[in-house]
Design a protein around this ligand. Structure first.
Ligand SMILES: [Zn+2]
Length: 467
């Protein structure tokens, strides 16, 4: 939010001035996000969500034909790979034709640099962005002025399904540096009036600061919360552990940017009541999946085409998410391996919401979200650790070699050696007897640079899969 001003200057301003800066940036944000093309696309999306599968497919083929034509004529990388394969744009007119082109990995995006940028979109019309991730791994991305409004239209179609509107007041719990990292006294929140938004920074949601944050939340009457599941979960968990009830709880809690884990959903439901809704998107803005009123995930097929490719060594319905975006002419991403996985339904499911767009059973999250054991297990669902979540605030699995897994745990009051023993027994059942398990108790768990929480940090899975 403070991105238009150098952070070192912003941080020295008094709180009220920071609030003004946030609102000024917010004014600008509102103009670029919610422009004419946003409203047009949103109106279109509200109709198209009821299309038949045939209608979705022919729309996707139309968009793909346009993207391929544009990429061939103005993006050096695509020109080269298509020439090498003796392909003309007319050879890729259906989404089924995409297999004629290679997969684009993150590593390739990093190495190709400007070769992926369209020469047709003038530099002044390109918007520079990047993915989060750890230092050195973030990707440099470009988009055009229509990309973000299209992405937001998809997000707003989702929110509107649950009765939310653009002018509703809301509180965001996420990773932007809107509050100086060294500030130790409240307020740990900033207002952005044009966007009706109050921003709470995850970097300040420490146990020490939670009472002040809750006192503030009690005073506010907002329609909805949004944010990273790991951040909103901290609020919910604090409320449950301390028997806090909000006077005016949010009617809806909108999650995104990280995988929503079952124990997090349960805690939010218990703490806030209301609807807990979730969607999957990415900073690359080339694919999106949103849940519906019936709690099922549907691919937002008007935004991009998603191929679900089998993940080697797993049961066949666990798939890599490969995206071809329709709305970024500055840097079209075609067959982009976003590094996330999803589980598809094992049989044809018809959703009772009436939508015919493709259904995804579950978003599993980052591809490295697996612990590999020496006896060949791939353990991905580690929520059992929260079975007794009363005594565990947060936990993170770290694996740098196949022989060992380290679990960092932030203990709650009341955690005892009995809990540790039970936990180790559970871990043994789940991970087998061949792996060394080390438990490390810590006071907090570091977030990535953009404030995201990673449940599993593994370099082993990547090595094994050559990603
Ligand atoms: Zn549905």
């Amino acid at each position: 939010m403070a991105s238009s001003l150098p952070l070192n200057i912003y941080e020295k301003l008094p709180v009220w001035t920071q609030n003004v800066v946030c609102s000024l940036v917010g004014f600008n944000m509102r103009q670029t996000r919610y422009n004419k093309s946003f409203y047009q696309f949103l109106e279109f999306l509200e109709q198209s969500q009821w299309w038949s599968l045939d209608e979705f497919q022919s729309y996707q083929n139309e968009q793909l034909t346009r993207v391929i034509h544009h990429a061939y004529h103005s993006v050096p990388y695509y020109r080269r790979v298509m020439d090498e394969r003796k392909l003309k744009p007319s050879d890729i007119r259906l989404t089924a034709d995409l297999i004629k082109l290679p997969i684009l990995t993150k590593q390739m995006v990093r190495e190709l640099g400007s070769e992926l940028v369209s020469t047709e979109v003038l530099p002044r019309r390109r918007i520079h962005g990047h993915t989060g991730g750890t230092t050195g791994t973030s990707l440099q991305l470009y988009s055009d002025e229509n990309t973000q409004p299209h992405q937001w239209a998809v997000w707003w179609r989702h929110r509107r399904r649950f009765g939310l509107n653009i002018d509703d007041e809301f509180i965001v719990f996420a990773g932007r540096s809107v509050i100086p990292l060294n500030s130790i006294d409240p307020p740990f929140w900033r207002r952005n009036l044009p966007m009706h938004q109050t921003y709470v920074s995850i970097h300040h949601m420490t146990r020490q600061n939670m009472p002040a944050l809750l006192e503030y939340l009690q005073k506010r009457n907002v329609k909805y919360y949004s944010g990273y599941p790991s951040a909103v979960y901290l609020v919910a968990k604090y409320m449950i552990d301390n028997n806090v009830r909000l006077q005016s709880p949010p009617e809806v809690t909108v999650l995104g940017a990280e995988t929503l884990l079952p124990h997090q959903r349960r805690a939010m439901h218990k703490a806030f009541g209301g609807k807990i809704i979730d969607q999957y998107g990415a900073s690359e803005q080339c694919g999106n999946i949103s849940d519906c009123e019936k709690g099922r995930y549907h691919v937002d097929m008007e935004f991009g085409h998603i191929e679900f490719l089998p993940l080697e060594g797993n049961v066949s319905n666990i798939s890599r998410i490969i995206c071809t975006g329709f709305w970024n002419d500055a840097m079209p991403l075609i067959r982009y391996d976003i590094g996330d996985i999803a589980t598809l339904p094992t049989q044809n499911v018809v959703c009772s919401c009436g939508r015919k767009s493709q259904i995804v059973e579950k978003i599993d999250g980052r591809i490295e979200s697996y612990i590999i054991t020496p006896d060949g297990r791939q353990a991905g669902r580690l929520d059992f650790i929260f079975k007794d979540s009363k005594y565990i605030e947060e936990a993170q699995f770290i694996q740098h070699e196949i022989s060992t897994v380290t679990i960092k745990i932030v203990r709650s009051k009341g955690y005892s050696s009995t809990h540790e023993k039970e936990l180790l027994a559970d871990l043994r059942t789940y991970l087998g007897s061949d792996i060394r398990i080390e438990i490390e108790y810590v006071s907090d768990i570091l977030r990535t640079s953009n404030g995201k929480f990673r449940q599993i940090v593994s370099t082993v899975f990547n090595d094994q899969n050559n990603l």
